[in-house]
Design a protein around this ligand. Structure first.
Ligand SMILES: C[S@@+](CC[C@H](N)C(=O)[O-])C[C@H]1O[C@@H](n2cnc3c(N)ncnc32)[C@H](O)[C@@H]1O
Length: 389
């Protein structure tokens, strides 16, 4: 394990304060002696209008914008959002040992060198996609980096931190806290707040952090990478202080349309099924979200809360917030398609390079089909380690 000491400040947004539109909620245990989460005033999100009241209702159906002249191919009209997703995250490591940067390459994409079996690249294209996805998550949660009722955390850990964007922003929001992000890929920037550090580490190996030392542990989008989820949750519990919180944020791997506008035999449905099957085959499920609250409860967490949010793909929604999320999420998905698909289809499912290249093209074309009123979901689950256990 190696740690990169960081100095100076990085570009980062500010965690907001408002409630976001949940589509389902479940609480596996009633809060006992915990202070209720504060309910501060809503803040505007990135210059958009405020969410409509409909969007704040649980289980709301995303209304379809029928005022637009629908086009089946976004590229034909040019996307207003193309200029919004640049990133300066780049690859930036200086003091890590060279061995972890001996990246592996497959079909023109770069993968981590750590030796762990992870089938998503870590190159600039994927880093930009991760930062864009972060923006989508933040828009959905109306600027909140997390939903757990955390107060004055002193030590925060971001497990599988990726580009470190979440860790950097949480460090800016809590300058008194020491924030550590770990990952098998040393792709985090050098210019970060002084209270952030990054470590190259494999979260599928035993966690070496001091027991009962963290106030808050966060993991996001670690599905398809974790080899033993119940163990992962236990590890988080072990290194949390009594009274500390763990929050898991995972998006679902599904393509759903409430109005049935995506046919069952569409390639997008095949795609998510193939990805799910492939990740099950290598023992790294991408369907942890239905069970995370159960694993947390079995481990001993209390005050568990789970919420699902819809993430539309495309600008089909009527509500301006949903439309903006959909626009960014479409670009996110277009950026992600190749990285999500290439190695998994060729190396796990054994498909040929040419066939996979054509499949990726077809998936991207279908993602841009505006008559598909599609979305996937984002699951936020958090729980607290009891004061006494
Ligand atoms: C989809 S990315 C999510 C990154 C970040 N949490 C976010 O939400 O922006 C998953 C991250 O997990 C990392 N990862 C995969 N397997 C890992 C492992 N065994 N140990 C630590 N990190 C791992 C990958 O390198 C990648 O950066």
């Amino acid at each position: 394990m190696s740690t990169v000491e960081k100095s100076s400040s990085a570009e980062a947004g500010k965690a907001g304060e408002s409630q976001a539109p949940a589509v389902e909620t479940a609480s596996s245990q009633q809060p006992a002696a915990v202070a209720p989460a504060p309910t501060p005033a809503p803040i505007p999100v990135l210059g958009t209008t405020s969410p409509t009241s409909a969007a704040l209702e649980p289980n709301y159906t995303i209304a379809i914008d029928d005022t637009e002249n629908f086009q089946t191919d976004y590229t034909s009209s040019g996307s207003d959002y193309d200029s919004l997703y640049g990133s300066d995250s780049g690859s930036a490591t200086t003091s890590l040992t060279e061995s972890v940067k001996n990246y592996r390459y497959h079909n023109g994409r770069r993968y981590n060198a750590y030796g762990t079996q992870y089938f998503i690249p870590n190159d600039d294209v994927q880093q930009e996609q991760l930062d864009l996805f972060h923006h989508v998550f933040l828009l959905r949660l109306q600027g909140k980096l997390f939903l757990a009722p955390i107060e004055n955390p002193q030590k925060i850990m971001d497990v599988g931190t990726g580009t470190g964007i979440w860790a950097i922003q949480v460090a800016e929001d809590f300058p008194e806290a020491a924030v550590m992000g770990n990952d098998v890929s040393p792709i985090q920037p050098n210019w970060v707040p002084p209270n952030v550090s990054f470590e190259v580490d494999d979260f599928n190996e035993p966690w070496l952090q001091t027991p009962e030392s963290y106030d808050f542990i966060h993991s996001r989008d670690c599905h398809a990478a974790v080899s033993n989820w119940p163990e992962f949750v236990k590890n988080a519990f072990h290194i949390l202080k009594p009274g500390g919180w763990y929050e898991s944020q995972e998006h679902t791997v599904e393509i759903t349309a409430d109005d049935g506008s995506v046919p069952e035999d569409n390639i997008l449905k095949d795609w998510v099924r193939d990805l799910s099957d492939a990740f099950e085959r290598i023992g790294k499920t991408c369907h942890a979200h239905p069970y995370i609250d159960k694993w947390m409860e079995e481990t001993g967490f209390i005050n568990i809360k789970k919420q699902y949010f819809k993430l539309p793909i495309g600008t089909w929604p009527k509500d301006p917030i949903d439309k903006e999320i959909g626009a960014f999420n479409l670009v996110n998905m277009l950026d992600a398609t190749e990285g999500f698909t290439n190695a998994v289809y060729t190396r796990v499912l054994g498909r040929g390079n040419e066939e996979v290249a054509q499949t990726i093209k077809d998936i991207r074309k279908n993602l841009k089909n505006k008559s598909f009123h599609m979305y996937f979901r984002f699951c936020v689950t958090y729980g607290q380690k009891p004061e006494e256990h």
